[in-house]
Design a protein around this ligand. Structure first.
Ligand code: Q9C
Ligand code: ZN
Length: 371
């Protein structure tokens, strides 16, 4: 399996975040990236490393998901913030446009005239997603990694004989599944998997996998511990992208991910949330739900499967409350191999915060997929 990475993903390195009112060292650290890469290189015969080019033009693909004003905001927010006297550690909101506080529908607020601190609350929904001097560069690199992985996937899929399903791993950081069209949060700035899905649609061609609106069908399987509110939101009214998420309740991001959220308009029935209880979800409970997700994805009949790969479902994860084991992750990989039933899969890295076993857990999923 090819592993795509970029050293530029390491440059995003916020000092702190606020968890339960406490200022703590930033959990989504560059070290996460290094330990995953290291664990995969220790298994040299199965993984081949490819560094994504920093010159790769991604603008069109970024804008297939994100609003141009939002992209400009992420790019320039740090300089504007520091200029306005903000802390040099990074842009962090302190006030949000809560629905009970203001009414944007009246159009009486000119967003372009908001102060940097006000824009921070407009474009970000939590206290864990600061914009530092290097954030934009790293977030762009993560998209470059994702798109490079998708190109490899389409090329290998078209060339492949019957050696089983093709898989590619995009080693991304910062993660993406909490980011929506014009919203960051949950350590996420640009939604890597959503960009992957749009890119794969632009490359796909099998007529049998094209839906009624004549867009190629893509399935997104989100196995991060947290609900991918951003990904769900982006595709909520879109029947060509089937979003399936297994995640914990009750937990962050708190306000999304109920089973009753199934899509809107033409997208009704193309979002599937499988919430699982905190504390009592271990390997067996998780795999039972995953097998159901895989069955639903097979019924949908996607041309490609995009996996939001989080291993924050791990038993020792510092912010999560599931009990998965490293052996369980091998079975997770095996179950995912059956989701595509012969179609290609791109794995895109999301969460996972227990550094000591992070690399082994990611490797277990990918090796489980291949065997
Ligand atoms: N007490 C990802 O895994 N803070 N993002 C949660 C919980 C933010 C997780 C607070 C967690 C973001 C990609
Ligand atoms: Zn997560």
């Amino acid at each position: 399996m090819k592993v795509v990475y970029s050293s530029t993903c390491l440059v995003h390195n916020p000092e702190y975040e606020t968890l339960s009112g406490k200022r703590v060292p930033y959990l989504e650290s560059p070290q996460r990236y290094e330990v995953i890469k290291e664990a995969l290189s220790d298994s040299e015969d199965s993984f081949g490393f490819v560094e994504a080019s920093e010159d790769l033009e991604i603008g069109e693909h970024l804008l297939s998901v994100h609003n141009p004003e939002y992209v400009e905001y992420v790019k320039n927010a740090y300089d504007a913030w520091v200029e306005d006297g903000g802390d040099e550690a990074g842009v962090v909101p302190d006030t949000f446009p809560h629905p009970k506080l203001i009414n944007f529908k009246n159009g009486d607020i000119d967003v372009t005239k908001l102060k940097p601190i006000a824009k921070a609350g407009l474009y970000c929904f939590d206290l864990s997603t600061p914009i530092t001097a290097d954030t934009y560069k790293a977030a762009i690199a993560a998209v470059q990694v994702t798109l490079t992985a998708c190109s490899i996937l389409t090329t290998e899929s078209k060339a492949s004989s019957s050696e089983g399903p093709v898989g590619v791993f995009a080693l991304t950081r910062p993660p993406g599944h909490h980011a929506a069209t014009s919203l960051s949060g949950g350590y996420c700035y640009f939604n890597n998997v959503a960009i992957a899905a749009r890119f794969l649609q632009s490359q796909a061609q099998s007529p049998s996998s094209v839906n009624a609106e004549s867009k190629p069908k893509i399935a997104i399987l989100d196995i991060d511990y947290h609900h991918g509110n951003g990904t769900q939101d982006i595709f909520y009214a879109d029947p060509s992208v089937y979003y399936v998420s297994l995640h914990a309740v009750p937990d962050y991001p708190y306000y999304t991910g109920t089973a009753s959220e199934t899509g809107f308009g033409p997208g009704k029935g193309y979002t599937l949330n499988l919430p699982l209880p905190t504390y009592t979800t271990g390997d067996e409970e998780y795999l039972a739900a995953l097998r159901h997700a895989v069955h639903k994805i097979n019924e949908f009949g996607a041309e490609y499967v995009v996996v939001s790969l989080g291993v924050d479902t791990y038993q020792h994860d510092p912010i999560c409350k599931f009990g998965l084991t490293t052996a369980g992750y091998r079975r997770v990989g095996g179950a995912i191999a059956r989701a595509g039933a012969g179609v290609g899969t791109v794995f895109v890295m999301e969460g996972g915060y227990f550094i000591a076993d992070l690399g082994a857990n990611v490797r277990a999923v990918l090796e489980g997929y291949q065997t």
